[in-house]
Unconditional design. Structure first.
Length: 276
């Protein structure tokens, strides 16, 4: 059972048996700018943070899908959080979503400090569009982040928007246009390279952090070649990483239980190694 200890505009604060939990806490003035945060009971001093960023083609999805994950990783001693962010079909592009993550991390750091917890490093994780945001933020905004992204665990995220096989997929071409801020087609595609680079994690590979890549061989939304491109770029730049291939999976990965178990083992190893 939880006890409500205080309420405030846009969110509620709870005390659970094992944690202090902030639900729908605002980090900005827009409706989508909210976060959930869980701080383990008794936590003090420097502690690692795990941040979950949901997918949904940058146009749908909700942080609620990570409520169980927040609880489980919280039990292991980590501060945990999940973010909502403004959607691209509401006039926000890739840069705007990056700004949302910065704002959210600033609020998370402040809330933790009020509880006597210092957050200096975080692990960013998410799937699909959420994985893309994790990669892009960790690689391109590391130096300005209120809490340093120390590593990423990404599930089936796009990393290179210059690739036509991904960008021309009729299932996602519209949201890709909104994300990169350029309305492209077959004829003018090459004119948008600077826009594609701006939202492509591989474009910032020299600033990459240790990364776990998890991707299905039969992904119908984000081609497996996207994972191969990221793997190759990390190898060429000497960045620590692990690449877990899901041989039978499409864009949904959990059904491949063996590969998923391998990924979760790496998840825990990266958290233990890079959040110290």
């Amino acid at each position: 059972m939880a006890t409500i200890v205080s309420a405030f505009f846009g969110g509620t604060q709870y005390i659970y048996k094992n944690s202090k939990l902030y639900i729908d806490y605002p980090y900005g003035t827009e409706e989508r700018q909210t976060l959930d945060l869980s701080i383990p009971k008794g936590a003090s001093g420097e502690t690692g943070l795990i941040v979950f960023i949901h997918g949904g083609g940058w146009t749908m999805g909700n942080k609620k899908e990570y409520r169980n994950d927040i609880t489980e990783w919280n039990k292991k001693g980590y501060v945990t959080a999940a973010l909502n962010y403004r959607f691209v079909d509401e006039g926000v592009d890739g840069d705007g979503m990056m700004d949302d993550i910065t704002s959210a991390l600033g609020v998370i750091r402040s809330l933790a400090e009020k509880q006597g917890v210092t957050l200096n490093k975080c692990l960013l994780t998410g799937a699909s569009a959420g994985a893309h945001l994790c990669l892009l933020y960790a690689y391109s905004r590391k130096d300005e982040a209120p809490i340093e992204p120390a590593c990423v665990v990404e599930f089936c995220g796009p990393c290179d928007f210059t690739q036509r096989d991904y960008m021309m997929n009729e299932l996602i071409v519209n949201v890709n246009q909104l994300c990169c801020g350029f309305e492209y087609n077959e004829e003018n595609f090459e004119q948008g390279i600077s826009y594609y680079n701006n939202v492509s994690p591989v474009y910032y590979i020299k600033n990459a952090v240790p990364t776990v890549i998890a991707h299905g061989k039969n992904d119908e939304i984000v081609p497996f070649t996207q994972a191969e491109i990221l793997d190759k770029a990390l190898i060429e730049n000497g960045i620590t990483h692990d690449f877990v291939t899901y041989p039978t999976a499409g864009h949904g990965l959990i059904a491949d239980t063996e590969s998923y178990k391998k990924t979760m083992v790496l998840f825990e190893q990266y958290a233990e190694t890079y959040l110290k």
